[in-house]
Design a binder for this molecule. Structure first.
Ligand code: NCD
Length: 373
């Protein structure tokens, strides 16, 4: 029999199978997101799997915002754009999105292509082997064997955890990014909202309160949850959860804020709060995650940011919404200079570029800047 020469895959650098510090799956599952994050790093200390907002710290956020700003400001600098396109040109990426998406999918896809990646996509699970009875983990492990990066959105919050655990224990170098895990988390949406906020306000300052009102279906909004965890890194920020009682923010999140000495408040009264807010984050009703009674729907409709209500807000306030919107944010608000949700869509692509570069250790700002001129 002729022997074929095969090149071993580069497990040496990544292999953690012998690593005693990697817990068993039940142990891993029981860890807090922050603790899990310590196991979700590459051997060089970059994030390998972005699943939770709690994986970020202020230092990393500042770095990502600076990098995103550099690349965003170079929109008209062809030389820099061409250089950025070489940074991950040897890498590939699969977008596995089995829940609906317009912005996150397109933004990630364009971000990956901007840094040179080849992209592939799976959007309809009925057209994949799931139809033949394959588990979602096996579908994802297939992608992990074929591409360097898996960007995913799906309805079951636990799948991404298990997938990341399997990838890391198998010593695979695959990078994983969460584009929405059920009603639990959507960390890159939170990154783009925060990136928009820090571009307009000095959140790092320690003097004075900056009050952010988070309004709507907070119980089932992964965007609200992920943003709340990120805002908790800024002691200046007070978080006010404005919602009908049955849609209020969960205790798990407010307990986390307490543990981190972050000021927060729950209220059902929107009007009384509006004049005090420095930023407002509006949310649509998340009715895909369970039955919403007619009564709740009616109550929710009262949490609408009408032009009259916007007039009650500070002239310096900022209005955000992850989109898509329904009746809670009328199109008339778009022309209000305080409306920043469309700008946030634009910033989303750049913060995702920065994050991809960081995950591959291609995020040296000085080096990139030197190529700008
Ligand atoms: C959000 C999502 O999918 O969670 N949208 C987004 O990613 N921009 C918010 C939503 O669907 O309400």
């Amino acid at each position: 029999m002729p022997t074929t020469k095969t090149t071993p895959r580069p497990v040496e650098v990544f292999s953690q199978t012998e690593d005693a510090s990697m817990p068993t799956w039940p142990e891993f599952e029981a860890l807090s997101p922050k603790e899990k994050g310590e196991h979700l790093l590459t051997p060089s200390g970059h994030i390998q799997a972005v699943i939770y907002s709690q994986q970020f710290n202020r230092e990393l956020l500042d770095h990502l915002f600076e990098l995103a700003e550099l690349i965003r400001s170079a929109r008209y600098n062809e030389q820099l754009r061409l250089y950025v396109k070489t940074l991950l040109a040897a890498k590939s990426c699969a977008l596995y999105f089995t829940q609906p998406s317009t912005r996150t999918f397109t933004s990630f896809s364009l971000a990956a292509q901007t840094v040179g990646m080849v992209t592939e996509e799976i959007r309809d699970p009925e057209m994949s082997s799931k139809y033949k009875g394959e588990s979602e983990i096996d579908t994802l492990l297939t992608l992990a064997e074929l591409v360097d990066t898996v960007i995913m959105r799906q309805g079951d919050r636990s799948v991404i955890d298990r997938f990341a655990y399997e990838v890391i224990t198998r010593g695979l170098p695959t990078r994983i990014l969460n584009g929405g895990s059920g009603s639990d988390q959507h960390p890159t949406q939170a990154l783009l909202e925060l990136y928009t906020l820090v571009s307009h306000f000095d959140l790092a300052q320690t003097e004075g309160t900056f009050e952010v009102g988070i309004v709507g279906d907070l119980k089932r909004s992964r965007t609200a949850r992920s943003l709340s965890y990120l805002l908790a890194l800024y002691p200046r920020i007070k978080q006010t959860f404005i919602a009908p009682e049955e849609l209020q923010m969960g205790d798990d999140l407010t307990d986390y804020l307490d543990e981190n000495s972050i000021r927060w408040e729950r209220t059902e009264a929107m009007d009384g709060k509006l004049p005090e807010l420095d930023a407002i984050y509006m949310m649509r009703i998340q009715d895909e995650y369970g039955k919403t009674s007619e009564e709740t729907r009616k109550r929710y409709a009262e949490y609408r940011l009408s032009t009259d209500r916007a007039a009650m807000m500070k002239p310096t306030a900022c209005i955000l919404h992850p989109l898509p919107r329904r009746g809670e944010l009328p199109i008339e608000i778009d022309s209000d200079p305080r409306a920043m949700y469309w700008e946030a869509v634009n910033r989303g692509k750049f913060i995702r570029i920065a994050l991809l570069l960081h995950m591959y250790g291609k995020d040296d700002i000085e080096k990139i800047q030197a190529r700008a001129y």
